[in-house]
Design a protein around this ligand. Sequence first.
Ligand code: UDP
Ligand code: MG
Length: 322
Amino acid sequence: MVIPCYNEEEVLPETSKRLKEKLQSLIAAGKISVDSRIVFVNDGSKDRTWELIEELHNQDPIFQGIKLSRNKGHQNALFAGLMTVKDICDMAISMDADLQDDIDAIDGMIDSYHEGSEIVFGVRSARKTDTFFKRFTAEGYYHLMNKMGADIVFNHADFRLMDSRALDYLSDYSEVNLFLRGIVPMLGLKTDIVYYERSERFAGESKYPLFKMLQFAFEGITSLSTRPIRIISELGVFIFFVSVVVLIYSLVRYFTGHTIPGWTTTVLSVWAIGGLTMISLGVIGEYIGKIYLETKSRPRYFISEYLGDADTDVCLRDRQKR
Ligand code: UDP
Ligand code: MG
């Protein structure tokens, strides 16, 4: 289990207790290895979070900790945790520290894993505990993202199971603007969904106040889609079209003598230049968009199976542990 934590001293004792119970019951049921671990990633917390993690680790080796040098944000903390464990686990489940995600959904995820799923998304079936505003904005956002061409799972946050192959694939994404819930569906592995009800934060405050949430939302769109740039071009073409209409209109006015001198050229140039400027901006934007995607140097494909000589198996990295 990988749990990013930022100033979570209030919830950590309870979270660690419940997670340990859950893991022990899963171990007793023979569903997971006796060597299973709970890894807390301390994302540069300013409170006693790291001291708590150290205490937990000293009491019971089932708890492990990773400390980031400074606060790098939820996504980077999670990524750091997953990349640290990827070579030593068969699967990793990521979850928030605040117990908003239902711990009991883990059973379903692990069952699905044993049935062959490589990625299991935890999806909120209800948003009863969210305020109307949060629900409205969040759900609207998922729709907007899909319209912008980003393939994200509706109402799924970062509560998910990934097996070692999924983690390995994920490690090839070297982008700085990390938006995990947009990238994971791109891996193209066998996925499944487990539904759960999201509850209230157990204690402490949300680390995502409105401003940070908006920032995160914008980050998501701009890191997955270049659609906004395309919209500028489209607007430019539209305005240029309007300028042609204005041209005809003002010529009619001119020839019927309803104008004062200079009006026609002024009106025309405003529209035409506006339209042309926007088209040019859009064209430049197109190239910037391409450069942007290029500089991300995303992996272009993954070889999931290879039929060839056993000793030239390019799939060596897909350790078939199962
Ligand atoms: N978190 C983090 N770094 C940050 C902000 C948040 O590691 O800079 C962690 C936080 O400890 C929690 C998870 O990310 O485990 C989700 O944060 P939160 O519950 O505050 O977000 P919300 O559920 O309100 O969207
Ligand atoms: Mg939360």
